[in-house]
Write a protein that binds this ligand. Structure first.
Ligand code: MAN
Ligand code: CA
Length: 219
């Protein structure tokens, strides 16, 4: 019986000449017309897919012209643009917050168009503007959404729906809830109330999806 290292040596030798009658345990049998390329393919599980000649050339990193070779922190032109951009964004957020157009909660920006529509219409208008329905994931976010609900004094649909299992609720992407703020004895719809509204006290109630509720989106 041939040893593994002998086989490897034979295989290495076979890189130089077309091989015909290699028969090594553990390696597939080679046919008569075996070529160097074919042999390399057979050895791929042992030698790795790129060894030694088929190493693919990696694409050059896409760096804007004029910035090549300089770390971002040392490129003053780029840093100036970035600082200016941040300042302007923060001023814009300040202005929008001041007149009640947006509310911030951590990284989330919340806003309403003031419209009362069904769940699917609310979701659609949020998504059309690059956001989704407001989805409180913690106390702070719940409070931020509540501020908008209070402003309009109207219940709002949340980005939460009943799962396949009735009585269980989940986020729009299907993951289970990691924060809830149900009103007492809610949810009680047991499959008949598949959407969730926020009351004007911040508590949640499972509710039918075809009612007219305030649209609040998060971005
Ligand atoms: C009451 C409660 C709620 C329920 C609504 C439906 O307010 O039972 O849980 O969603 O009625 O009208
Ligand atoms: Ca209910």
């Amino acid at each position: 019986m041939m040893s593994y290292s002998f086989c490897m040596l034979t295989a290495a030798a076979a890189l130089l000449v077309p091989c015909h009658a290699l028969n090594c345990p553990g390696l597939p049998e080679l046919s008569d017309n075996t070529t160097l390329g074919g042999l390399l393919r057979l050895l791929e599980p042992i030698l790795g897919p790129t060894w030694p000649f088929r190493r693919e050339k990696l694409p050059e990193p896409q760096v804007p012209m004029g910035l090549q070779g300089l770390p971002i922190s040392r490129n003053t032109e780029f840093s100036d643009v970035l600082v200016n951009f941040r300042q302007r964004l923060s001023r814009l957020e300040g202005a929008l917050t001041l007149n009640g157009k947006i509310t911030k909660a951590g990284e989330k920006i919340l806003a309403s168009n003031g419209k009362k529509v069904t769940f699917s219409s609310a979701l659609e208008s949020c998504e059309q503007t690059g956001g989704t329905l407001a989805t409180p994931m913690n106390k702070e976010e719940n409070k931020a959404i509540l501020r908008i609900v209070e402003q309009y004094n109207t219940n709002a649909y949340l980005g939460i729906k009943e799962s396949e299992t009735s009585g269980q609720f989940e986020y729009m992407n299907g993951t289970p809830l990691n924060y809830t703020n149900w009103y007492q004895y809610e949810p009680n719809g047991k499959g008949t109330e598949k959407c969730v509204e926020m009351y004007t006290n911040g508590n949640w109630n499972d509710r039918k999806c075809n009612l007219y509720r305030l649209t609040i989106c998060e971005f």
